[in-house]
Ligand binder design. Structure first.
Ligand SMILES: [Zn+2]
Length: 235
């Protein structure tokens, strides 16, 4: 493991060390400084962050619970590796769960929920205008996070958060293309309008269509760029 896998600058002593260690390790995974298959070493991370082992151990347990890492018998926790077939399975499941989230969110939606979604959409629109792919991915994840939270079902949230994290890991240097960003923005617009419209079944269908389109474009991109996906298996 290299010297600078973790960014220790946000770690300060005091309460909440687990939270901070969690955030630093999670950032390293999502930014791929810790690539799929990398070992999450408690003693090594404790040394890098200059904190004791116990908060690091707890942070890693949380990361495993979120599905970003998994335990192995001989190497301890490692960052999950997700191949194309598994990624497609994740999207199949996500389609159903995002549909459910949209249905429940529509029943529960008040003006605060709609306002949050509108604000997210505006920021997302600006990001797409300026071609900022990183910000697009962030705001896209936040959009679905708002709907998930509004749905008010903890089990559903946990499952969706896990799928979303695994998708981010699998999406290496991004398969996102300009056309994809515009389509996502338009579909989010339709979904906000459906939630505001108040018919849970309509919102569910719109959400499912959005994820179906993502799965199909992923499949096409993978076929067009086979190498790109293959290298995920090699660490
Ligand atoms: Zn989306």
């Amino acid at each position: 493991m290299t010297q600078h896998t973790l960014d220790a600058s946000s770690i300060t002593r005091g309460d909440g060390l687990v939270d901070k260690a969690y955030k630093v390790i999670r950032d390293a995974i999502l930014s791929r400084r810790l690539a799929p298959g990398s070992r999450l070493s408690v003693p090594e991370f404790a040394r890098q962050l200059d904190i004791s082992r116990s908060p690091v151990r707890e942070a890693i347990a949380r990361i495993e619970y979120e599905g970003l890492a998994e335990s192995t018998s001989h190497r301890g926790a490692v960052v999950v590796q997700i191949g194309l077939d598994e990624l497609i399975s994740i999207y199949d499941l996500r389609e159903v769960l995002e549909g459910l989230a949209a249905r429940l969110a529509t029943r529960a939606a008040d003006t605060t929920v709609i306002d949050d979604l509108e604000q997210n959409w505006q920021a997302h629109h600006d990001a797409v205008e300026s071609g900022d792919v990183e910000r697009h991915m962030e705001l896209d994840a936040a959009f679905h996070g708002h709907i998930r939270d509004a749905a008010g079902n903890l089990r559903l949230s946990d499952n969706l958060r896990q799928l979303q994290g695994q998708i981010r890991i699998a999406m290496t240097t991004t398969v996102a293309r300009r056309g994809g960003m515009d389509a996502a923005l338009a579909e989010h617009r339709t979904l906000i309008d459906a939630i505001r419209g108040g018919d849970p079944a309509v919102a569910e269908n719109v959400a499912r269509d959005h994820i179906t389109r993502l799965r199909e474009s992923l499949h096409d991109a993978a076929l067009a760029d086979h190498h790109h996906i293959d290298e995920r298996h090699e660490t």
